[in-house]
Write a protein that binds this ligand. Structure first.
Ligand SMILES: Cc1ncc(COP(=O)(O)O)c(C=O)c1O
Length: 368
């Protein structure tokens, strides 16, 4: 069907940008006018509605705002707009992306405190409850759902429960999990969820999005610390006309629309999540058979990306990486300070048969 779209030279087993379908890459090929209804009504507004419907059944209470840039821009827009000048943000960190939120609050001048955990330690719900009880000045809480640094899945439902029971506004960076794991943010009580185009929806990079509780976003009119990253301003403009305040990444947006169609064709998030889980199971079982160990115990491991420990001191990741790449798969280096690791993602246009082929290649490369 898309014979004229070239095959990729290798499959990306990374946390995004990831391998996309030919249909998605094909959708990049035409130009759009940003004020024409063909673009803003038929594509932008449709995407916004569909994103909300993927996030919750409570569609009336939520809205979606798209924001130019990579995922970090959307996180920064969200933090900088959601927290009022008099507010205080508690950030729970156990990896690079939690720490990035702390850096953002420092640059933006947002009052904040932190529960800073080691990269292999899962947040303790009681400790969060205590921190909230102790510091009544905290108004907002933020954490990362799947901490892509290690692949750890933080306990979204449990954390959401204590944050909402304490009456705080909840911001979740679900960058690498949204679209790849079922969740209902209305039921969970999440006020702001952030993700981006090039993760589990399987689009290409160029914008992020925030799915926000309308009643919360409505209160954020005077909060923004940046003109271009004003989530409220973007929402107001986009809600009335589908227009982005400043030039939108039209081709990327059209490709994302196609990616949403393909997600629906696959059977929605539950079907995609089942494929990712199967990819992940084949990966981990195969790697363990070859003698590799996962960094994290299975109980906290996400079905998105997995960190593997170097098998011995003489292991040369660069050589290993090049050998696997020459055979059709790109892996990802580790990102943690506590151990020598590399990572393998299993999201994107990647299927169980690809993971089986990967394991055969690994066997050949390590000579097992
Ligand atoms: C959980 C999480 N948060 C934030 C980001 C930052 O996104 P970006 O690199 O697109 O700015 C990433 C990127 O992988 C991520 O995995």
């Amino acid at each position: 069907m898309y014979d004229f779209i070239p095959d990729n030279p290798y499959i990306l087993l990374t946390p995004g940008p990831l391998s996309t379908s030919k249909g998605v890459r094909n959708a990049l090929l035409r130009d759009w006018c940003t004020w024409d209804d063909d673009y803003n009504k038929a594509i932008v507004q449709n995407i916004r509605r569909r994103l909300v419907a993927l996030a919750t059944t409570d569609t009336e209470q939520y809205t979606a705002v798209l924001m130019q840039g990579s995922g970090s821009f959307a996180v920064e827009a969200c933090l900088g707009t959601a927290v009022p000048k008099t507010g205080k943000l508690l950030i729970i960190t156990n990896g690079a992306y939690g720490k990035r939120m702390v850096e953002m609050t420092q640059v933006l001048g947002i009052d904040h405190s932190q529960i800073a955990l080691a990269e292999t330690v899962a947040p303790n719900v009681n400790a969060v409850e205590e921190a909230l009880a102790k510091d009544t000045g905290i108004t907002h809480v933020a954490f990362v759902h799947c901490e892509t640094t290690t692949g750890m899945l933080n306990p979204l439902a449990e954390l959401a429960h204590v944050v909402k029971a304490a009456g705080k506004v909840l911001i979740v960076d679900a960058m690498s999990s949204f679209g790849g794991m079922p969740m209902d943010i209305g039921t969970l009580g999440v006020d702001f969820l952030v993700s981006s185009a090039n993760k589990c929806i399987q689009g290409v990079p160029g914008f992020g999005f925030v799915i926000a509780k309308r009643s919360e976003l409505e209160r954020c009119g005077d909060n923004a610390r940046s003109l271009s990253l004003d989530l409220y301003g973007q929402w107001r403009a986009m809600d009335s006309s589908g227009k982005w305040r400043y030039t939108s990444p039209t081709h990327v947006v059209r490709a994302f629309y196609q990616a949403l169609d393909e997600l629906e064709t696959e059977g929605g998030i539950s079907a995609r999540a089942a494929r990712y889980r199967q990819n992940h199971r084949i990966l981990v079982e195969g790697m363990r058979e070859l003698g590799f160990k996962t960094l994290l115990p299975d109980e906290v491991q996400s079905p998105i990306i997995t960190s593997f420990l170097y098998p011995n001191e003489s292991f040369d990741f660069k050589l290993f990486y090049e050998a696997v790449k020459a055979r059709g798969f790109v892996l990802y280096p580790g990102k943690i300070s506590e151990a020598e690791t590399f990572r393998i993602g299993n999201i994107g246009e990647v299927y169980p048969e690809d993971m089986r082929r990967l394991i055969d290649i690994m066997r050949e490369v390590v000579g097992a």
